[in-house]
Design a protein around this ligand. Sequence first.
Ligand SMILES: *[C@@H]1O[C@H](CO)[C@@H](O)[C@H](O)[C@H]1NC(C)=O
Ligand SMILES: *[C@@H]1O[C@H](CO)[C@@H](O)[C@H](O)[C@H]1NC(C)=O
Ligand SMILES: *[C@@H]1O[C@H](CO)[C@@H](O)[C@H](O)[C@H]1NC(C)=O
Ligand SMILES: *[C@@H]1O[C@H](CO)[C@@H](O)[C@H](O)[C@H]1NC(C)=O
Ligand SMILES: *[C@@H]1O[C@H](CO)[C@@H](O)[C@H](O)[C@H]1NC(C)=O
Length: 496
Amino acid sequence: MATISATCYLFILSWLCPTTLCGTVLEDLKNLHPPPKFNSTIITNCLNNPSLRYCNSSPMNFDEIFKFTIVASHLCNESKNPNCIESFPKGNFPIDVLHCTQIHDLDLSINEFSGDIPIQSFSPLTNLTFLNLSYNCFSESEEQSDSQFFKRFNASSFLHSGALLDHRKFFTLKVVILFVGFPMLVILMVIFLAWLCFQRPDLLPRKLQRRRTTFTPAILNAATSGFSSRNLVGKSDVVHIYKGFLRDGTQVKIEMYWDEISREKYKKFVEECKVLSELDHKNIVRVLGWCKSRKFRAVITEWRREENVEMWLLSESAPPPPWSHRVKVLMGVVECMRYLQKEWPQVDYDLNTNSVLLTQDLEPLISRFRVVDHNTSSTRNICKFGVFMLEVILNRKGEEKFEGDADGFIKHMRRVDPEELHQMIDERMELSETSFHQAKQAISLGLMCIEKSGSEQPSLAFICNSIARAYKATLVLPSANHTRSHADNRFRGHKT
Ligand SMILES: *[C@@H]1O[C@H](CO)[C@@H](O)[C@H](O)[C@H]1NC(C)=O
Ligand SMILES: *[C@@H]1O[C@H](CO)[C@@H](O)[C@H](O)[C@H]1NC(C)=O
Ligand SMILES: *[C@@H]1O[C@H](CO)[C@@H](O)[C@H](O)[C@H]1NC(C)=O
Ligand SMILES: *[C@@H]1O[C@H](CO)[C@@H](O)[C@H](O)[C@H]1NC(C)=O
Ligand SMILES: *[C@@H]1O[C@H](CO)[C@@H](O)[C@H](O)[C@H]1NC(C)=O
């Protein structure tokens, strides 16, 4: 008789065989006797491996054990498995065993079967009343909940078989999830939400976002790919200027100040930013918000082309700006000045040709602002505009000596004879008769603006009306300016 040594061991409790097999099993059970060394082999096996099932009974019934081996070997023969005299091989369920449809009791526990239990193949075994598939490594059965099979045999047939979810383990798991996992999840979500709200509010759904004017360092970090050098467009000791993209696609300019300022100044900075972010006019570079952190403060404005009015006037690559375009720029600036005067008198602004930017559609953009304690002086603003207007109309080269010194320029202009100024009109405009007339009027207006005493200055409304009239005229006759300009050179300014 073969030794029964392997841990995987087929164990049949009782057996009713198909007729062909039956005779031989019954005969074998009746006729075969244990070989001489059977008792000692079993004992040796048990000493070597006490986990073998038959070692558990005490006292050991060698006769019974021998009978089981006979049945097992017949069943093994039936399963056409060449090695199973010793053991079933690891792996799939020995499905051929189930061809013996008369099986009453089947115990295949403590094997190393894996894969699926062939549930369908059990249905012909109508007389099967006891089944034990415990302690195997089956895959969890997908249909376990509703399968007839799992109702036919209760859970004790599938202990640690892998086929059923272990309910106690499942229960503990549920308890753990309920009392540990769930609170943890809630805490994590709260932390995450808090982080979102306080660090990255831009990641919240758009509906939950208010119009934002305060930016967090985390938002700026994300907008500039971690303040990467690729996004750095300008740098000095105290200011770093970055180009960034907000999550909604807006391209922004981020000016970060690294200087240390007093608490007072800091508060003023925030107040100023609050005011500036309220400004809303088509000719203003919009301040989107600010950011305060322990290390730096930052102002975030919309990203604009860097071209300013000065570059535009002096550009050698592009054709010189014609009269109509210059009037349009003056118009935009005046409109913006009226808006500021009416709505935000406490906002002071810069009106240099190099601080007023230009959009592609030639809309001027006032880009430098300051909030002052008292309302700005309209006399000063009008004077600034006068200078700006003269600079836009006159030949730039004549003023080189005054560059950087507006007062010098103003003094010079006040002294100079208007007729002489007409000669200084930028000749590259190639003005028509009408436009030349308009330009002269504009110069007079400009000179009025830089008048010494405020009482002789025109009002902003007056300036606005005059420029609007000139602007409308350029709109009505856009082509006439050009067609006539070539024929009529008399009106071109001449530079000496
Ligand atoms: C084996 O044990 C049984 C008792 O279970 C005994 O009757 C039999 O004689 C023993 N056989 C040998 C060879 O020792
Ligand atoms: C197994 O089956 C073959 C024939 O299919 C037979 O010759 C052999 O004796 C059988 N062995 C056992 C242990 O029943
Ligand atoms: C089940 O047992 C009965 C009675 O012993 C028998 O008639 C029947 O054929 C058995 N069924 C199968 C599928 O072997
Ligand atoms: C499972 O069925 C067996 C009989 O097959 C029975 O002895 C046992 O009590 C049942 N266990 C449960 C938990 O129902
Ligand atoms: C199946 O076998 C295992 C291990 O031998 C045992 O713990 C379990 O009680 C058995 N189940 C039944 C239903 O007899």
